[in-house]
Every structure is written in structure tokens, then in C-alpha cells.
Design a protein around this ligand. Structure first.
Ligand code: ATP
Length: 559
């Protein structure tokens, strides 16, 4: 398939803002795609060459500017000037491609396969000279591309397609193209996590979402409850577990082969060889997928602050030393697959018994604290003990409920003491004043509404000034990270790609017509960075809505 054919579809997608039209355009594209190309086209149409959590392309805007300079023989200043005008390096490349003076003689037609495979090579280019080799690879693509092709190649590599295609639209388009129900496609996605592969299966009429070790599944999530009593009343047979404040891991064991996946479906086995080793030694099942919350622990085996664990998550080198310096403990709470069988449809009571049966507990691999009762006073003692042990609270779980991947369906309810902090994504920032002109200070925070991000507040730089000592990035680090994500600039305000998620504490949620979510945060304050969250995981407007109602209830009670 020619890349130019795909580009025509990109253009049509970009030309409409209507979701249904986008779905129909995509369904037409998928429907006419040959089997060989389908999975690649599905990924490329959603603006990427990797499935969620697999890899990142790792090309910053600055590097892309250098590619444009090299490909079209223009000066860096010309590129910066054009970028200021268009606010988009894709259109900037397109402009220089159109106005190119010398044309490459040996120009050949780009195929989808060639573009896709070359882009996938980018993250693997590491070590000495990697910068130049990456530039050469992108340069090769651009020199064979048409002006429009250049626009979309650049945007794909920068992860900023601007064609308004989000996961929901891809799901609906796959369903439409192959005559399936969107729910069926979504269910398969929860387990397989790759719309490309699912489209291929749907076309062949072999849509079977099988779980197996080594293939990450989207995890089940919890809802919020206003208090313990309400949560207990929700279920006929409730269980309570400590809500550990750590990093969720799914341990996939297949014989001696153990892989660890994060909640974002990233393979983090490399960062956690100790968890893999403990699992190999102490999980008695030949094959299984089990889940737990990992915590960093001190010498006394007490949990350490999340920042310590965060160092383990981000660590790429010297892992061996790190595992000794910051040991982790996994508190296991579920099993979804065991010895060739999915356990997802079993009630939690049976899954929990199964889990107990296959784990040999050690200090570093243990079962979560778990109690089954509907009696409020017993539950309250358990809850208070969780808090006194430094945990966040409890999760009240419905023992009769199945495992529902990827969603908050109300089978798990978390109960916490404090006003819930919010995970929000940074969508913009403002250059500072006076001695802070070099820094992007005040952040524009947003919550998710479907596939878009809506502003819900600004956070003044003063509030994060001392950030450096709390393992929150310093202003300098924040500025460096945000600069790489800038997509547009207007005066002192920059807009950034929604990527950095921060946990924000606040004193109160207030109704506010000033922000598109309808809510503002009173005294927002960064509590920590959430490298384990993607923008898709940040708080939704519906959640803020619920929190607002909960908060009103609580304030009324205490008044
Ligand atoms: P929060 O920001 O409050 O930690 P969250 O965004 O991490 O919430 P939720 O779905 O709201 O995610 O809460 C469930 C999360 O709590 C799980 O993803 C898991 O990481 C963590 N957790 C800790 N202890 C448990 C437990 N016993 N059972 C299930 N999840 C647990």
C-alpha cells in the first residue's frame, strides 16, 4: 500500500470535526485494506506505530527541526520562523517540501510498510552517535515523501497528529468495517490491547479475546465511596483490603518465564528483576497472571514513601544495586488466569481462594491484608488499622463479582480519609517573570472528558518552588520536560501535548464558569508526579462531578 493513499485518508479525517464522519472514513479505510497492511494501518491511523505502553518514539521537536534543516537545506532560523507562524512542525515540513529548490533525483514511492518499519526502529537506536542516526532515518523518509506525506510523517513521529482520532473512534470504525458490535471490539481490546490485531481477527471472523501469560490485559479499577458505611452497604458479601499506595503490577508467569507489567501495560520486568525472581520461586502455579500493589520497603519491612518506589520505576541502569538499596514488597490481591484457564468470570471469593492456594508467602511477596465482613464495627477496626499502618485506606470489594478489565464498574470501592487528590494532566504553561523568565511556571491543568482534555485550573509556580526536595521535578526539570511537548505558543502561554500527569491536592472543589469543566480547585498544589499514569488515566470530568457531590455531603455532615 502506498503511503500516499493513507495520506489521503489523513487529510479527509483532518477536514472534519464530526466523530461519525471520522468513524466512517476510518471504516472505509480499514475495509479496503489488504490483510498484510491492516494492523499497521490501524495503528498509523491512530497516530502511532506502537501499541499502548509498548514503546515511545523518543524524538523531540528540537531534533525534528534539525531533520527539517537537513532535508530541505534551509536554516534553523527559517524553520523556527515558520514554526512560529504555523504552530506545527508537520505543516512546517510540508511548506519547505513544497518550496524545495533541489529535488532528490532518486525519489521513490514510500509504502506504508517502509514508513511503519522505519519509525519502529527509532527507539532502538541508542548509544554513541544515536542522535545522528535517528536524524538520518527520519531524513530518509522525508526526502522521499510528498509535501503532504512530510506533514503526517513529522506529526506521527512527534505524536501530535491533529486529525482528531481517539481510541473510541478507532474502536467504532473497526466494528463498523467488519460488522461487529462495538462492545465486542472493546472487550477484545481490554484483553489484547491492540486494535490492529483485533481488526485482523474481526476481518477473519475469528475475534477471540484469549488471555494468556505474557500478553498484558487492561486492569480492573475502583470507584470511590463517600465513607466505609456506604461502601459496606453496597454489597451483600463484602471483603475489605488495605489500599496500598504503591505501583500496581501484573505478574505473568509461564513456567520459568516471568514478566511484570504496569497498569499502563508497559513491560517493567527489567526494573523489577527481584519481583520476577520471587515469583519464580514462590508461585506454585505453572502458569498464572496475578496482580498486586508493590511498595518500597525499609529495613524494618515498613512501607517507604512513594518517591522511593518511583526511583525504582524510572531506573534504567544499575538495577542490581537498586534492588538492594530499595527493596520492594508486592501485596497480591487477585488472580485472573491459572494453568490454561481464565478466571475472570469467577467471583472474587473463588479467585481469592485460588490466589491463597498458589502463593507461598514471603516478606517480599505476600497476600494483601484481607477481611470478609459486613459488620461495620469490625470493618472500621480494619480500616483504622490500615490508616495507622500508613496505608491510604481500604478497598471494599464485592466478593460475588467477576473481574472486569479496564473499567470502573463499581465492584471495587475505595474509601479514603482525605479529600481525594486528583490526577490531572498539564496541557499548558506560562513563562515566568523577573528571575523566573527562563522557567515555565504556572501550569494549566486539565481533566479528561471522553477523548478531549478540559481545563480545570491553573497552578501558580510559587506552589511548586520547593518542589525539588520532594522528588517532584524542579522548575528547571519541569521546564525542560514541558519544552519538548510544546505544540503552540502565544505570547507567554504555551500549549503542550497532554502527557505529564500530576497528582494535585487542593482545599476544596468549587463550581466555576471560568473553566470548561465547570469546576475550579481552591489552592491547588502538586503532591507528586505520576509517571505511571498516561493522560488517558487522568481524572475525568464525571469523577470531578462525583467528588464535588461527595465533598458537599461531607461538609454538610461536619457542619
Ligand atoms: P488513587 O489515585 O486513589 O490511588 P488510582 O487512580 O490509583 O486511585 P483506582 O482505580 O482509583 O486507581 O484505585 C485502584 C488502585 O488502587 C489500583 O489500581 C491499585 O493500584 C491500588 N490498590 C492498592 N491496594 C489495592 C488492593 N488491595 N486491591 C486493588 N487495588 C489496590
Amino acid at each position: 500500500m502506498r503511503y500516499a493513499d493513507l495520506v489521503e485518508y489523513y487529510q479527509r479525517l483532518e477536514a472534519t470535526t464530526k466523530k461519525l464522519e471520522k468513524r466512517d472514513i476510518l471504516a472505509e479505510l480499514y475495509g479496503q485494506c489488504s490483510e498484510k497492511y491492516l494492523s499497521r494501518v490501524v495503528l498509523l491511523s491512530s497516530g502511532t506505530v506502537f501499541i499502548a505502553g509498548e514503546q515511545e518514539l523518543g524524538i523531540a521537536r528540537k531534533m525534528m527541526r534539525r531533520v527539517i534543516v537537513k532535508t530541505y537545506g534551509v536554516s534553523e532560523n527559517d524553520v523556527i520562523k515558520k514554526f512560529k507562524e504555523t504552530g506545527d512542525l508537520g505543516s512546517t515540513a510540508e511548506f519547505f517540501s513544497k518550496n524545495r529548490k533541489q529535488h532528490s533525483l532518486a525519489k521513490r514511492e514510500l509504502t506504508v510498510e517502509h514508513v511503519f518499519e522505519n519509525m519502529r526502529k527509532l527507539p532502538d537506536i541508542t548509544g554513541a552517535g544515536s542522535h545522528e542516526r535517528k536524524i538520518a532515518l527520519v531524513n530518509e523518509l522525508l526526502s522521499h515523501a510528498s509535501p503532504l506525506g512530510a506533514r503526517y510523517i513529522v506529526r506521527t513521529i512527534l505524536g501530535d497528529m491533529r486529525i482528531g482520532v481517539a481510541a473510541g473512534i478507532v474502536r467504532d470504525a473497526v466494528a463498523k468495517a467488519f460488522g461487529k458490535d462495538a462492545k465486542e471490539i472493546e472487550h477484545a481490546y481490554d484483553i489484547i490491547g491492540d486494535y490492529g490485531q483485533i481488526a485482523g481477527m474481526a476481518r477473519l471472523g475469528k475475534l477471540k479475546a484469549e488471555i494468556r501469560p505474557g500478553r498484558p490485559i487492561r486492569v480492573m479499577l475502583a470507584d470511590r465511596a463517600p465513607d466505609l458505611k456506604t461502601a459496606l452497604e453496597k454489597f451483600e458479601n463484602p471483603a475489605l483490603e488495605y489500599k496500598y499506595d504503591g505501583f500496581r503490577v501484573a505478574i505473568h508467569k509461564d513456567g520459568n518465564d516471568v514478566k511484570i507489567f504496569s497498569r499502563r501495560l508497559e513491560d517493567v520486568t527489567h526494573q523489577f528483576p527481584d519481583i520476577a525472581e520471587r515469583s519464580r520461586e514462590n508461585i506454585k502455579a505453572r502458569q498464572c497472571i496475578i496482580e498486586g500493589e508493590s511498595l518500597a520497603i525499609g529495613r524494618d519491612e515498613k512501607p517507604l514513601p512513594f518517591q522511593m518506589l518511583s526511583r525504582r520505576i524510572q531506573r534504567k541502569y544499575d538495577i542490581e544495586r537498586m534492588t538492594k538499596e530499595i527493596p520492594v514488597q508486592v501485596n497480591l490481591f487477585d488472580v485472573v488466569y491459572c494453568n490454561g484457564q481464565s478466571l475472570m468470570n469467577l467471583p472474587l471469593s473463588e479467585r481469592w481462594s485460588k490466589l491463597k492456594g498458589i502463593v507461598r508467602e514471603t516478606a517480599q511477596l505476600r497476600l494483601a491484608e484481607h477481611m470478609e465482613t459486613k459488620d461495620f464495627s469490625r470493618a472500621n477496626v480494619f480500616y483504622k488499622r490500615a490508616l495507622s499502618m500508613g496505608q491510604e485506606g481500604v478497598i471494599v470489594k464485592n466478593l460475588d463479582a467477576r473481574y472486569q478489565p479496564g473499567r470502573r464498574v463499581g465492584f471495587w470501592l475505595k474509601v479514603k480519609e482525605v479529600l481525594e487528590p486528583l490526577d490531572l494532566v498539564i496541557v499548558g504553561a506560562e513563562w515566568g517573570e523577573g528571575k523566573r523568565t527562563r522557567y515555565l511556571g504556572s501550569f494549566i491543568l486539565a481533566a479528561r472528558s471522553g477523548d478531549t482534555f478540559l481545563e480545570t485550573g491553573r497552578m501558580a509556580s510559587g506552589l511548586i518552588e520547593k518542589a525539588g526536595d520532594k522528588e517532584i521535578p524542579t522548575m528547571e526539570e519541569f521546564t525542560a520536560r514541558l519544552k519538548k511537548l510544546i505544540v503552540a505558543e502565544e505570547g507567554k502561554i504555551v500549549r503542550v501535548k497532554p502527557e505529564i500527569v500530576v497528582e494535585v491536592g487542593y482545599e476544596e472543589l468549587q463550581k466555576s464558569p471560568k473553566y470548561p469543566t465547570g469546576y475550579a480547585l481552591r489552592f491547588p498544589k502538586i503532591l507528586r508526579l505520576r509517571p505511571d499514569r498516561s493522560a488517558q488515566d487522568c481524572a475525568t470530568v464525571q469523577e470531578i462531578n462525583k467528588l464535588y457531590k461527595l465533598q458537599r455531603g461531607r461538609f454538610r455532615k461536619s457542619a
